[in-house]
Design a protein around this ligand. Structure first.
Ligand SMILES: [Zn+2]
Ligand SMILES: [Zn+2]
Length: 264
């Protein structure tokens, strides 16, 4: 059994709770500590039961409370070797022996087997994760400028895929509050996945093992949940795919708890 719920998902802060029969863990802790603790308690998860925080990359919207959480509770941090130095700068005073590094090998945490895949993003290192428990596989893939064939192939093996759908390109380009430099950073091949790019990835997952996609990491300034959902569904329908029948689509809320998905 894997239970998956997004605690927060946007350019302002990201954290996902993964609950197993015996093991609880987080992917990222990019929201403030009090909010994170409150959300775990709302889900009846004792913060001290979190065995591990899997880090995707060092950006603050993924790392904000990693250090403070680790100073309060006994969890370990799992970090890609290439991102270790950058993460250390972010988390402050945490004993080295509580940081576990991984490269491209699979590793286990309790009943979960975890594999990472590299994502193209403007950080020291950025990874997505495939989390396996018995027959169930879940993928987490946000913060990528584009989705490579290799990444799409990884996602195809999973029942549940949490996928970035960051911005609407027109909204981003028209946003007067964003500098041209920031716009080109987001639109670049090391930036973020747009709604349309995400729609194309979702379409290529149809017919694979993927039953459910959760569109995630929406930009509060350059996207809305309705626009994101509509863009993906319109594209699928134009390609002859019926959303909700051939593949289910959900949107992770920015600040509130997301849908609780249970894979048995
Ligand atoms: Zn991010
Ligand atoms: Zn990032």
């Amino acid at each position: 059994m894997i239970k998956v719920v997004t605690l927060s998902s946007s350019s302002k802060g990201n954290s996902v709770l993964i609950v197993g029969e015996k093991t609880n863990m987080l992917i990222d802790a990019g929201i403030n500590l009090k909010t994170l603790i409150d959300k775990l308690k709302l889900l009846n998860v004792e913060p001290s039961s979190i065995k591990a925080i899997l880090s995707t990359h060092e950006h603050s919207d993924h790392s904000k409370s990693v250090g403070s959480f680790m100073r309060k509770f006994p969890s370990l941090l799992y970090c890609h070797t290439d991102g270790l130095e950058a993460m250390k700068q972010k988390i402050g005073n945490v004993s080295e022996n509580r940081i576990v590094t991984f490269f491209d090998q699979e590793f286990s945490i309790g009943e979960f087997v975890i594999k990472c895949f590299k994502l193209p993003h403007d950080s020291a290192s950025c990874v997505g994760f495939i989390i396996t428990c018995a027959e169930n596989k879940v993928a987490y893939a946000t913060d990528m400028g584009f989705a490579s064939e290799e990444v799409i192939n990884e996602l195809k093996n999973c029942k549940l895929v949490i996928l970035e759908s960051n911005h609407d390109e027109k909204m981003l380009i028209a946003n007067p509050n964003y500098s041209p430099q920031l716009k080109s950073r987001i639109l670049s091949r090391h930036g973020h996945l747009s709604n349309m790019a995400s729609a194309k990835v979702v379409c290529s997952l149809v017919g694979s093992k993927v039953k459910q996609v959760v569109l995630a990491h929406l930009s509060p300034e350059n996207n809305t949940p309705e626009l994101c959902y509509q863009t993906v569904c319109d594209y699928l329908e134009a390609m002859g795919v019926i959303p909700g029948v051939h593949i289910k689509i959900d949107v992770a809320p920015k600040q509130t708890l997301g849908t609780v998905f249970i894979l048995k």
